[in-house]
Ligand binder design. Structure first.
Ligand code: HEC
Ligand code: HEC
Length: 226
C-alpha cells in the first residue's frame, strides 16, 4: 500500500473504533497500537513480575478505563506516582501518545465482558467492615468493575499489585513507591478506632475479595496476536 492509501485506511479504521471517544478520551487506538511496542515487555506477558523496587505482578491494563489510564500515566509523568520505571516511560510520552495508548488499551483484548452489576460474592466480615466504613463501592462500583468515570476498575486485578497500590497511598511521599492522590490518601488512612493490625487485616481481606471478583481488565499475551 502506498503512503497516502495507508493513511486513508488508518483514518477509516480509526473512525469506526470510536468506543474510546465515548469515554471522553480523544485517542486514536490504531496509533496507540503502534506505540505499544514500548509496553509489551512488561504488560504483554501474563504473570510478568516487576522486580524493582518491589516484586509483584505488573497490573492488568487491557480493558481498563481509558480516562483512568490517562490519569495514571500523567501521575507518573508529573511525579505524583513515584514508581521509577513507569516514571521514565511516561515522561517519554507526549499527551497524544498517552491518549492514543489509553484508547488502544481500553478496548484491547475484546469487548467488555458481561459482568453483573451486583457483586457475585459476599465479602468476609472484616472486608465488609472496611467496605462499609470507607464506602469503596461508591467510587469503584458495587461490582468493582463499573467505577465512576475516570476511576479505576479493580475487579480481577492482580492481588499483589492491589496491595502495593493501596499501601502506596498510605505512604504518599515514600521514595520509589509512594502515590500522592488526595482522594485515595484520605480513603487509605487507618481509622482512629482500629489498631494497625486490625486495620491491615481488613485491608487484606478487602483486597482478597476484590481480586477474586470477575472483571473486564486482563493481560493480553503479546505473542498471541503477532
Ligand atoms: C519495565 C516494565 C514496564 C514497562 C515497559 C511498562 N510498564 Fe506500565 N507499569 C509497570 C509497573 C511495575 C507498574 C506498576 C507501578 C506502580 O506500582 O505504580 C505499571 C503501571 C502502569 C499503569 C498504571 C496501572 C494502574 O492500574 O494504575 C499504566 C496505565 C501503565 N503502566 C501503562 C503502561 C504503558 C502504556 C506502557 C508503554 C508505553 C508501559 N506501562 C510500560 C511496568 C511497566
Ligand atoms: C471517593 C472515591 C473513592 C473511594 C471511596 C475509594 N477509592 Fe480507590 N481510587 C479512587 C481513585 C480516584 C483512584 C485513582 C487514584 C490515582 O489516580 O492514583 C483509586 C485507586 C485505587 C486503587 C489503585 C488502583 C490501581 O489500578 O492502581 C486501589 C487498590 C483502590 N483505589 C482501592 C480502594 C479501596 C479498597 C477502597 C475502600 C477501602 C477505595 N479504593 C475507596 C477513588 C476512590
Amino acid at each position: 500500500m502506498n503512503k497516502l492509501l495507508t493513511t486513508v485506511f488508518a483514518l477509516a479504521v480509526a473512525s469506526v473504533t470510536g468506543a474510546s471517544f465515548a469515554q471522553g478520551v480523544k485517542g486514536d487506538a490504531l496509533a496507540g497500537e503502534r506505540k505499544n511496542g514500548m509496553c509489551v515487555g512488561c504488560h504483554g506477558i501474563i504473570g510478568f513480575h516487576a522486580s524493582f523496587p518491589e516484586v509483584y505482578k505488573v497490573p492488568k491494563i487491557a480493558g481498563q478505563s481509558a480516562k483512568y489510564i490517562v490519569a495514571a500515566l500523567n501521575g507518573y509523568k508529573d511525579g505524583s506516582r513515584k514508581h521509577p520505571s513507569m516514571r521514565a516511560i511516561a515522561s517519554s510520552l507526549t499527551e497524544k501518545d498517552i491518549n492514543d495508548l489509553a484508547a488502544f488499551y481500553a478496548d484491547y483484548g475484546g469487548a467488555a465482558g458481561a459482568v453483573p452489576d451486583a457483586p457475585v460474592a459476599q465479602p468476609s466480615p472484616k472486608a465488609a467492615a472496611l467496605l462499609g466504613a470507607a464506602n469503596c463501592a461508591s467510587c469503584h462500583g458495587a461490582n468493582f468493575n463499573t467505577p465512576m468515570p475516570g476511576y479505576p476498575k479493580l475487579a480481577g486485578q492482580n492481588r499483589d499489585y492491589l496491595g502495593v497500590a493501596f499501601k502506596a497511598y498510605m505512604t504518599p511521599d515514600k521514595r520509589l513507591v509512594g502515590r500522592n492522590h488526595a482522594i485515595m490518601m484520605g480513603v487509605a488512612k487507618p481509622q482512629a478506632d482500629l489498631s494497625v493490625n486490625e486495620y491491615m487485616a481488613q485491608v487484606n481481606e478487602t483486597l482478597d475479595y476484590i481480586a477474586a471478583l470477575p472483571g473486564d481488565i486482563k493481560t493480553v499475551q503479546a505473542s498471541r496476536i503477532r
